[in-house]
Write a protein that binds this ligand. Structure first.
Ligand SMILES: C[S@@+](CC[C@H](N)C(=O)[O-])C[C@H]1O[C@@H](n2cnc3c(N)ncnc32)[C@H](O)[C@@H]1O
Length: 285
């Protein structure tokens, strides 16, 4: 007779119950994010004093080598995580998804698991011969899968955070695409990019990439192209309101949408909010 083994979160809860009692065990969240050898937890403040016990339990259950607890939301212009180390020493790790590989320091850089489907979808949109600009490249979240999927496209990936830029360069080499992706350090509003030099511009920035729509339009080829705009919207009418906002920003920037814009919900984004991406094929006025 086979005996069902309890899921890892339940086993961690049992360990915590033995050490700290029923109250703390009941407060232990089930959710966790595993990034390779590093585990990220969202612990309620009341559980932080049991951090070492909890981290030790997770390490034993999942075989991870470092455990981080979120200390606050993803913060600031550069979207840095706030995390405290509960166990382990190095927080450097490698994430593998559909054959793409990303190295990162999980204590200093984010990796949004909920963007998985969007990373794959974007990669499938890129056509041979296209010139693609990823203006918020990070460690290559979108550029790596897209450049792997489309060997006959060329990419420019701009990143302002020097820590993320260092990993971006590593990840291009790791995935064998360094020859087709030009990594540009700096602020995407200031770095020299060829105006009219791109067929597709990705604006993967939250909570809203709308302020960058004029920059994207300026970079699009004279015959037009496609802009992908990420933003957070009210969940109830997320796609509708995102489409309206993007259309307005495009028209103000001198672009003419080629027919109706399409939007898709990428993931929930806090209570009553959704992360949405709008695909906008446009002509330049
Ligand atoms: C973390 S990624 C966003 C990934 C994903 N779209 C998400 O939020 O779930 C955003 C990246 O844009 C970079 N960034 C922010 N402002 C920038 C700017 N003005 N120019 C270039 N890079 C910028 C940040 O450093 C960060 O690495």
């Amino acid at each position: 007779m086979s005996v069902r083994r309890a899921p890892p979160a339940e086993r961690v809860r049992d360990r915590l119950r033995r050490v700290a009692g029923d109250g703390p065990a009941a407060a232990m969240p089930r959710g966790y994010q595993r990034l390779g050898r590093v585990l990220l937890l969202r612990l309620p403040p009341a559980l932080l004093r049991y951090g070492p016990t909890i981290a030790e339990a997770w390490t034993a259950e999942l075989g991870v080598e470092a455990v981080l607890a979120h200390d606050g939301p993803i913060a600031g212009e550069l979207r840095r995580p706030q995390a405290r180390l509960l166990a382990g020493t190095s927080t450097e790790t490698e994430v593998v998804e559909h054959g793409s590989r990303w190295r990162l320091d999980a204590a200093r850089l984010m990796f949004a698991a909920g963007n998985r489907t969007e990373r794959l979808r974007f990669a499938r949109l890129v056509r041979p011969g296209e010139r693609v600009a990823d203006l918020f490249a990070g460690i290559g979240y979108f550029t790596v899968p897209a450049a792997r999927a489309c060997p006959h496209a060329r990419f420019v990936a701009v990143e302002k955070n020097p820590v993320a830029f260092e990993y971006l360069q590593q990840n291009l080499a790791l995935n064998g695409i360094a020859g087709r992706v030009l990594a540009v350090p700096g602020d995407n509003r200031e770095v020299a990019l060829e105006p009219g030099g791109f067929d597709r511009v990705l604006l993967g920035y939250l909570p809203s990439a709308l302020p960058w729509v004029p920059r994207a339009v300026e970079l699009l080829a004279r015959r037009g192209g496609t802009v992908h705009v990420h933003l957070v919207a009210d969940a109830k009418r997320a796609r509708l309101s995102a489409v309206d906002a993007v259309r307005e920003a495009l028209v103000r920037a001198g672009a003419v949408p080629r027919g109706p814009l399409t939007a898709r919900e990428v993931k929930p984004y806090g209570p009553g909010r959704a992360h949405v991406v709008v695909d906008a094929p446009v002509d330049r006025a």
